[in-house]
Design a protein around this ligand. Structure first.
Ligand SMILES: [Fe+2]
Length: 378
């Protein structure tokens, strides 16, 4: 499986991972062979990248923070629950509570100590996908920060709900292509309070999940909002949610900045430890969240280009990379694996994109008919 930019897609390529809309609807199933029409439709949806199958990477496991099944269920549940709440039909958060338990069960059952987010981004602000990512990340971090199951439940619920007040923000402000006016910015800054309002009456008044939603934009030095709280007044669970939120939110394009890669988002968090973000939380993030997910195409300091195929425990920033292109850009006949935990003089310089001259050579065998001689080519 390899991540490919949408404008580099070609007919005949086979989808490696399903494409989900923010409301949980499946836009593209795994295993589908792309046609010209499908590629056009993917472009229209605003996705930038998708995963495609490539026989050179058929041994890789995506090692994601949350499985596809739970992610899809989570998006469907959030969409249904919030449509009902907004129409005044639903007063219970029971479906969301069940979802919280599913997320926690999944995170606690995994033997992995390093995971990544592989959520594929649309251009627009996808509130539900972001909420699911933040919840899964927060629970994963919480596990390594020694939280109890009850604390994890509170953390998962607060993280799922933290940004849902954004539903009340008019789309023309949320997705505005230009800089926000002071009054629009004021509306944006109101969303933690609206998230709390949506939770009021549905969770106990003293639930810490309310504090998480309320405080997720507060920063240790008092520069956050809505209240400008200082470090001692910001709850530890809200500090966890704040870091997960920033890590995921920075990877979306904004009118006032280009999107960050996960590695850049992690650097931003590290650079602001003690000032904006909690040291213990960011340290845990560095140890357990991989900024270069499996399937990501990366360039190495050697000039070679490869694909992340395995995450390394303890040092997720140095995964195993399967090199497929030499420094001159020539495709290697025999890809080679470099374990960056062992090859300490080599490092990743950033993400790259790969263009196929002849995908048929690397297509999975089951679609060998597309290229005819696929099975004989490797
Ligand atoms: Fe927020």
């Amino acid at each position: 499986m390899i991540k490919v930019k949408v404008h580099d897609l070609k007919p005949g390529m086979v989808v490696g991972y399903p494409l989900l809309r923010d409301d949980g609807v499946v836009l593209l199933r795994e295993g589908v062979t792309l046609t010209r029409r499908l590629i056009e439709r993917i472009k229209e949806t605003g996705f930038e990248c998708i995963y495609i199958r490539d026989r050179r990477f058929r041994d890789v496991d995506l090692e994601e923070a949350i499985s596809y099944d739970v992610r899809r269920q989570a998006l469907l549940t959030l969409n249904e629950s919030f449509s009902s709440i907004m129409k005044g039909r639903q007063t219970s958060l029971e479906p969301i509570r069940r979802l919280v338990d599913e997320i926690i069960d999944e995170v606690l059952s995994t033997k992995k100590s390093v995971v990544s987010l592989i959520q594929l981004r649309q251009h627009d602000d996808a509130v539900f996908s972001h909420s699911v990512n933040v919840s899964a990340l927060s629970v994963f971090l919480g596990r390594f920060l020694g939280l109890s199951r009850e604390q994890l439940r509170v953390l998962a619920l607060g993280s799922l709900m933290h940004d849902l007040g954004k539903i009340r923000i008019p789309l023309e402000i949320l997705n505005k292509p230009g800089t926000l006016t002071p009054s629009e910015w004021e509306t944006m800054r109101g969303h933690p309070l609206w998230s709390v309002e949506l939770m009021t009456g549905k969770v106990p008044e003293d639930s810490l999940s309310i504090a998480i939603a309320l405080q997720h934009h507060e920063r240790l030095d008092g520069s956050g909002y809505p209240y400008g709280l200082l470090e001692p007044d910001i709850h530890f669970l809200a500090r966890i949610c704040a870091c997960s939120d920033v890590y995921d939110a920075l990877t979306v394009d904004r009118p006032y900045r280009k999107r960050f890669s996960y590695a850049e988002a992690l650097e931003y968090l590290m650079g602001n430890v003690g000032k904006l973000f909690d040291l213990q939380v960011v340290t845990t993030m560095v140890r357990h969240i991989a900024p270069y997910p499996v399937g990501e195409v990366v360039r190495l300091t050697t000039g070679e280009v490869g694909v992340v195929v395995r995450l390394n425990e303890g040092l997720p920033i140095r995964p195993v990379v399967r090199v497929i292109q030499d420094r001159e850009g020539n495709t290697l006949e025999r890809p080679k694996d470099i374990d960056l935990m062992r090859e300490l003089t080599v490092a990743i310089t950033g993400t790259e994109s790969v263009r196929y001259k002849d995908y048929r050579r690397y297509a999975p065998q089951e679609v060998g008919g597309v290229g005819g001689n696929d099975a004989r080519s490797s």
